[in-house]
Ligand binder design. Structure first.
Ligand SMILES: [Zn+2]
Length: 238
């Protein structure tokens, strides 16, 4: 299982699991929010996360694909453990209804369709594959569910894999030997300046930036080709 969005942990959240809607939400006011909203603005997404890809969290099936007044463009996805995910407010769809997909397949893009105050995706998960909005206890906290089932445990490892993939495409055979422990990346900062950062993958799978650049900025704004550093032991501590 994987996070359904890249940079899942760093994307600011709106409503959280089981938070009540405020009075400004009309007919929803006072009702319990049964999922998690992922959205927000940052340097990487000045217009929120509109257009960010939504990925299948596991192998599974698209059991529903609808456009509804409240949820907007909506996907219902049955995961490999038999839980039903709903993804709401999508910009568009990237899969047909009833598609069988593998983990990581693009399902659609984050949008703001339906009743929504800005680009975000609403994610909720029902145990046992049965959706019943009246049965609050059948909804699982998506973050807890992901923490229990995700692989790898560290989301930064996915970003490392992505940069390593770029490096391998560039260097081909020369890169197929041992995986480097440190890769240098040129990062374009929000103010337009650039800086060279070093990122290191430790033996326990954690990934750190030497200069403290956030992984969000790092993944969005890395320029050029990562260059491997030969021997991590010769570099200063991270
Ligand atoms: Zn929501």
């Amino acid at each position: 299982m994987r996070y359904p969005l890249d940079r899942f942990e760093e994307i600011a959240t709106g409503f959280r699991f089981r938070q009540p809607y405020p009075a400004s939400f009309g007919s929803l006011a006072g009702k319990t929010h049964l999922g998690l909203d992922k959205g927000g603005r940052n340097a990487a997404f000045p217009n929120g996360i509109e257009g960010a890809w939504l990925f299948a969290p596991s192998d599974g099936k698209v059991v529903g694909r609808f456009t509804k007044p409240e949820g907007g463009n909506t996907i219902h996805f049955l995961d490999s453990k038999g839980s039903l995910w709903r993804f709401l407010h999508l910009l568009d769809f990237a899969v047909p209804p009833f598609a069988l997909v593998v983990e990581g397949t693009k399902l659609g893009q984050v949008g703001s369709t339906g009743v929504s105050t800005g680009p975000h995706v609403h994610i909720d998960i029902s145990k046992g594959g049965l959706l019943n909005l009246a049965d609050i206890d059948n909804f699982i906290d998506p973050e807890l569910y992901l923490r229990e089932n995700i692989s790898p445990a560290n989301p930064n490892a996915m970003i490392w894999d992505s940069i390593l993939g770029t490096f391998r495409r560039k260097f081909g055979d020369k890169a197929t030997t041992a995986e480097p422990k440190v890769i240098s990346v040129l990062v374009k900062m929000a103010d337009g300046s650039t800086r060279l950062d070093l990122v290191r993958r430790f033996d326990d799978g954690s990934v750190k930036s030497k200069k403290g650049v956030s992984f969000n900025e790092w993944a969005q704004n890395a320029l050029g080709t990562p260059v491997p550093q030969g021997d991590a032991d010769q570099l200063p501590d991270f």
